[in-house]
Design a binder for this molecule. Structure first.
Ligand code: HXC
Length: 512
């Protein structure tokens, strides 16, 4: 029974008013745009009954609105029993635009998340800086960005774009660790189609300018894309299941038995006899890691490299693998950027790294050179060299030249470097090497094609194999592919307590 004394009557009346403002037509407005309401989103994301709202009753700076909250719902709760902070923008109030009070609410949960060491999740649905509030709203964004940067590498920060993210609304997501989008309803852009038309006289749709498809395939801004909000929020929960709550914790350990111990029988046969032929690296990943545990990150962007989390004997690892079925697995600008960022995330959050290598080299060409493959490729070099978490590489097939060095080679600091017998470790592939080493012989040969084939075969047998590197100690062991899972489990266990001292400095200067 409710206490009927005056303070309690006020207390309950306010509560009722808050409830009423989020009902009826209010919800219909969002639903008619194919979107869920802020409250529905919270219910889907958090464990039932776990949400506690903070600052529910604050009002806008101008106080012109008889509406609580200033367009954002903030608070904390649990996801699968683990604490998270979150803020959820409410598009129904002034288009989820960011006013001064709205910004202060977000900053408050950011501060709590950082101080207490819990992940923060932002559900974004916003027209950007609130135009009416002018510079106060711009300053509000600045305060959020500053906190994003302070939290970077300390707590996981996740942005889920569930509507427009326009203007300033894009830069907080850009500073966070992962961005989720939903097809057709999420749009991210610094300047919208209207401004594009005005300034450049170009017609472009919301979808083509900043939809989920474009950002997950072309720009690489979106790491995860789903067809609807329900699945998107399930994706957020899944991602969290691989992450520690902060940079001093270790990732959560699953408690599951791997039920298919013989998945590695004949795994070597996935690699075709002809080393020019492609195969799907995902088939290899899925057979090495705990059944069904691979969770790919940025699946549709720079598909020549695969990044994702998985479990190996219930322990979380991060995987970086060349994908021979896309651009032959070459390293290009986008692949380097994608992989470098993933390596740095894993390193910041104590997630051991596994590299599965089959890389013919860097992608050649003017396009790559003119767009600074030199600097972008160096990002991946930098990231691997800097990472102090346990790092293991398994070379499956090609490991040529600079790309071999980049992919966590021994001399770059790989803790353990293994190879399958099919590995080809050399300065360059047989075709290129034979042309340079045997130019005169080939020019004078009666049947140059037959000689080229023979020389290429000799090169593979005598030079491009893993045994020379093993004899020189650059490969710790050439292993039977069928033993890969066991070798990795045992070696990661050995590396469990790895400590790598770092020289004190303000920060390094990663090529950008
Ligand atoms: C105040 C805003 C707003 C904003 C939208 N609204 N954006 N109010 N400030 N930035 C209001 C609208 O006036 C409208 O109010 C309601 O929200 C819903 O907007 P609609 O336009 O009807 O919705 P929709 O058709 O879905 O289009 C959504 C939208 C569009 C694409 C976001 O509203 C839009 O283009 N807004 C402006 C986006 C923008 O240029 N932002 C940049 C701001 S500058 P009523 O009362 O009619 O319901 C910025 C710089 C920060 O952010 C830089 C920091 C580095």
């Amino acid at each position: 029974m409710q206490d009927n004394r005056l303070p309690y009557r006020k207390f309950y009346a306010r509560k009722e008013k808050l409830e009423n403002q989020y009902s009826g037509d209010y919800n219909q407005k969002q639903h008619s745009k194919g979107k869920l309401t802020a409250r529905e989103r919270i219910d889907l994301l958090l464990d039932e009954g776990s949400f506690h709202e903070i600052d529910a009753y604050v009002k806008s700076q101008d106080n012109n609105h008889d509406f609580f909250g200033d367009g954002v719902i903030c608070g904390y709760g649990t996801i699968n029993g683990r604490k998270v902070l979150l803020y959820v923008q409410d598009f129904n109030f002034l288009g989820g635009s960011l006013g001064a009070v709205h910004a202060r609410k977000i900053q408050k949960v950011q501060d709590i998340a950082l101080k207490m060491g819990y992940p923060i999740i932002g559900l974004i649905d916003s027209g950007g800086a609130r135009i009416q509030e002018g510079v106060a709203s711009l300053a509000g964004y600045a305060g959020i960005f500053k906190r994003n940067v302070q939290s970077s590498g300390v707590i996981p920060q996740i942005s889920v774009i569930l509507g427009p993210a326009a203007g300033g609304a894009v830069y907080s997501p850009a500073l966070t660790d992962f961005r989720f989008m939903v097809k057709n309803t999420s749009h991210m852009f610094v300047t919208g189609p209207g401004v594009v038309k005005e300034v450049l006289n170009e017609d472009v749709s919301f979808e083509d300018l900043g939809g989920a498809e474009i950002h997950s395939t072309t720009s690489g801004v979106a790491d995860f894309v789903y067809s609807d909000e329900e699945n998107c929020l399930l994706g957020v929960k899944k991602l969290l299941s691989y992450l520690p709550s902060n940079n001093v914790e270790h990732p959560p350990i699953a408690r599951r038995d791997d039920i298919e111990p013989n998945r590695l029988d004949n795994i070597s046969l996935i690699i075709p006899d002809d080393s020019g032929k492609p195969y799907d690296i995902i088939d290899i990943i899925n057979r090495i890691v705990d059944t069904g545990s691979f969770f790919e990150v940025a699946e549709n962007f720079a598909q020549n490299i695969v990044t994702g989390f998985a479990r190996l004997d219930n322990q979380v690892i991060g995987i970086i693998a060349n994908q021979p079925k896309c651009l032959a697995g070459t390293l290009d600008i986008n692949a380097s950027r994608k992989a470098a960022r993933f390596v740095r995330f894993c390193d910041a959050f104590n997630i051991p790294i596994l590299v599965l290598e089959d890389v013919p080299g860097f992608m050649p060409g003017q396009n790559q050179e003119h767009n600074a493959i030199i600097l972008h490729g160096a990002k991946l070099l930098y990231a691997f060299a800097e990472a102090s978490v346990p790092k293991i590489t398994v070379i499956l097939r090609k490991a040529y030249g600079g790309a071999y060095i980049v992919m966590n080679s021994k001399a770059m600091g790989g803790d353990f470097n293994f190879a399958w017998p099919t590995a080809e470790v050399a300065v360059m592939g047989p075709e290129g090497a034979v042309k340079i080493l045997n130019r005169k012989d080939l020019a004078n040969a009666e049947d140059p094609e037959a000689l080229r084939k023979k020389l290429a075969q000799d090169y593979k047998e005598n030079i491009a194999n893993p045994f020379i590197a093993e004899e020189k100690g650059f490969i710790d062991e050439v292993i039977d592919p069928a033993d890969t899972r066991k070798v990795l489990i045992d070696t990661f266990a050995l590396l469990e307590n790895k400590v790598e001292e770092k020289i004190s400095r303000k920060h390094g200067n990663i090529p950008l």
